[in-house]
Ligand binder design. Structure first.
Ligand SMILES: NC(=O)C1=CN([C@@H]2O[C@H](COP(=O)(O)OP(=O)(O)OC[C@H]3O[C@@H](n4cnc5c(N)ncnc54)[C@H](OP(=O)(O)O)[C@@H]3O)[C@@H](O)[C@H]2O)C=CC1
Ligand SMILES: CC(=O)C(=O)O
Ligand SMILES: [Mg+2]
Length: 412
C-alpha cells in the first residue's frame, strides 16, 4: 500500500471516523437550559415559525446551513460508485465549507429510482437549509435535476461541479491567457469531457467572451459533431463541424486545453501539437488527464493547472463554493445567477494579481508566489478569499435583485 494511501485512510479513520461532527451553540447543562432548549420553551419558536416561515432564519440554524447532496453517480473522476461511497467526498465538501467560510454543512447521500424521485427527495427537505449544494451527479441527469430544483426550491440550489468548476476555470484561464499574451475571444479551446463540468465551463467561458465556434467539445466518442446520433442533454449546443473529429485533431494549434473527463487521456503528442504558449488545465480528480511532469517534458512554454492540492495552479471548485455560498447566504439570495458567478470570476481573477501574504506562501510550502505561470489563481488557504469573493457575490446578488436582505455592514 502506498504511503499516501495509508495516510489518507488513517486520516479518515482516526481519532474518530469521518471528518465532521455537530457542536452545540447554546448551553444545555441545567434544568433551566433544557426548559428553554426543549420542552416547554421550544414551543415558542415553533409557533413563531408556523406563523411566519422566515422566522426559521432567526430561531434555527437554517441561515448558516448548507446541504451537500449527491447520488454518487460521478464521484470525482472515479465514476458511478453509488451514494454511500460518495460520503467521504461530501464530508470533505462540508469540511471545506466550515474551514473556509464558517458555513455549517451536512452531507446527504440519496438512493433513488429516477430523476423525479431524486428531485422529490431534495425538494421535500430543502426548507431545512439555507442553501443546497448538489455534488458529483453525472450528466446529463444533473442538468434536469438542477433546473427542476432551482424552480421549486425557495433557497439557492447550486451544482458545484457545473458552476463552481466553471467559475474557477474561467478566472484561472483569463489570467493564464493574459500571461501568455492571448485573449479569450481569439483562443482556440479544446474541452475534453462534455459532462457536468465541461458544459458549464464552456457556457461560462462564452459568457466571458470565448467564441462558440472556437470551442471543440469532446466526449468518449470524439468531437461533438452534427452527424452524431448519440448526443444527449446539452451536447447539441456545442456541435462544431469545422474540422476535427478526434482529440488529437482538435489539439492541433489549440491555445487552451480544459480536461474535465478522466485520468491519463492526453498524450505527449497531443500537447506537442498545441499552439505556442498554450494553457493546459487538466482538472480530472484525483488523477489529471496528463501530469504536469509529462507536460514539462514536452514543452516549456505551457501554463499548467490541475485539480490537485499538490501542484501549482489548483483549478478546483474549492476556490469558489465556500465563498460564493457565504455571499449568497449573507444576503439571503433566492438563487445564484450569472451576475453572481461573473462577480466571483472577477474577484478570484483579480486577487491573483495582488501580492501574496507570507502566511499563505508558508502554507503553500513556497517562498516566492507572485502572479505568473505558476500562480494564476489564489491558493485555497488565502484568508482574503472569504471577504473578497463573498462580498463580490453578495453585492452582485443585491444589484441583480435576487437578494432578500441588503448588503451587511461588514461588506460595506
Ligand atoms: N477540478 C475541479 O474542480 C473539478 C474537476 N472535475 C473532474 O471532471 C471530471 C468529470 O466530472 P463531471 O463533469 O462531474 O462528470 P460527468 O459524468 O458529468 O461527465 C464526464 C464527462 O467526461 C467524459 N469522459 C469520461 N471518460 C472519458 C474518456 N475516456 N474519453 C473522453 N471523454 C470521457 C464523459 O463522456 P461521455 O459523455 O461520452 O460519457 C462525460 O462527457 C472528473 O474527473 C472530475 O473529477 C469535476 C468537477 C470539478
Ligand atoms: C473537485 C470536484 O468537485 C470533483 O472533482 O468532482
Ligand atoms: Mg465534485
Amino acid at each position: 500500500m502506498s504511503e499516501l494511501r495509508q495516510q489518507a485512510l488513517d486520516y479518515h479513520a482516526f481519532p474518530v471516523p469521518g471528518k465532521i461532527a455537530i457542536q452545540l451553540t447554546k448551553p444545555a447543562e441545567t434544568a433551566h437550559d433544557l426548559t428553554l432548549a426543549y420542552s416547554p420553551g421550544v414551543a415558542e419558536p415553533v409557533l413563531e415559525i408556523a406563523a411566519n416561515p422566515d422566522e426559521a432564519y432567526r430561531y434555527t440554524a437554517k441561515a448558516n446551513l448548507v446541504a451537500v447532496i449527491t447520488n454518487g453517480t460521478a464521484i470525482l473522476g472515479l465514476g458511478n460508485l453509488g451514494p454511500l461511497a460518495a460520503k467521504p467526498v461530501m464530508e470533505g465538501k462540508a469540511l471545506l465549507f466550515k474551514r473556509f467560510a464558517g458555513i455549517d454543512a451536512i452531507d446527504i447521500e440519496v438512493s433513488h429510482r429516477d430523476n423525479d424521485d431524486f428531485i422529490r427527495t431534495v425538494a421535500n427537505i430543502a426548507d431545512s437549509f439555507g442553501g443546497i449544494n448538489l455534488e458529483d451527479i453525472k450528466a446529463p441527469e444533473c442538468f434536469v435535476i438542477e433546473r427542476a430544483l432551482i424552480e421549486c426550491c425557495d433557497v439557492p440550489v447550486f451544482h458545484d461541479d457545473q458552476h463552481g468548476t466553471a467559475i474557477v476555470t474561467a478566472a484561472g484561464l483569463l489570467n493564464a491567457l493574459e500571461i501568455q499574451g492571448k485573449s479569450l475571444p481569439d483562443a482556440r479551446i479544446v474541452c475534453l469531457g462534455a459532462g457536468a463540468a465541461g458544459i458549464a465551463c464552456m457556457d461560462l467561458l462564452i459568457a466571458c467572451g470565448a467564441r462558440r465556434e472556437h470551442i471543440f467539445m469532446i466526449d468518449r466518442h470524439g468531437v461533438i459533431r452534427s452527424e452524431r446520433t448519440d448526443l444527449n442533454g446539452e451536447k447539441p449546443r456545442f456541435i462544431n463541424d469545422s474540422g476535427p473529429r478526434t482529440l488529437h485533431e482538435a489539439m492541433q494549434q489549440a491555445d487552451v486545453f480544459v480536461g474535465v473527463s478522466g485520468p491519463d487521456l492526453v498524450s505527449d503528442a497531443d500537447v506537442a501539437a498545441m499552439a505556442p504558449r498554450p494553457v493546459i488545465f487538466a482538472c480530472s480528480n484525483p488523477d489529471p488527464e496528463i501530469s504536469p511532469e509529462r507536460v514539462r517534458d514536452v514543452r516549456s512554454d505551457a501554463i499548467m493547472g490541475t485539480g490537485r492540492s499538490d501542484y501549482p495552479n489548483q483549478i478546483n471548485n474549492v476556490l469558489c463554493f465556500p465563498f460564493l455560498f457565504r455571499g449568497a447566504l449573507d444576503v439571503r439570495a433566492r438563487r445564484i445567477n450569472t451576475e453572481m458567478k461573473k462577480a466571483a470570476v472577477d474577484a478570484l481573477r483579480l486577487l491573483a494579481h495582488q501580492p501574496v501574504p507570507i502566511e499563505v506562501q508558508a502554507a503553500a510550502g513556497v517562498t516566492d508566489l507572485t502572479f505568473g505561470p505558476d500562480y494564476v489563481i489564489p491558493k485555497p488557504m488565502d484568508p482574503r478569499l472569504l471577504p473578497v469573493v463573498a462580498r463580490a457575490v453578495a453585492q452582485a446578488a443585491v444589484s441583480s435583485g435576487v437578494a432578500r436582505l441588503s448588503l451587511p455592514d461588514r461588506y460595506r
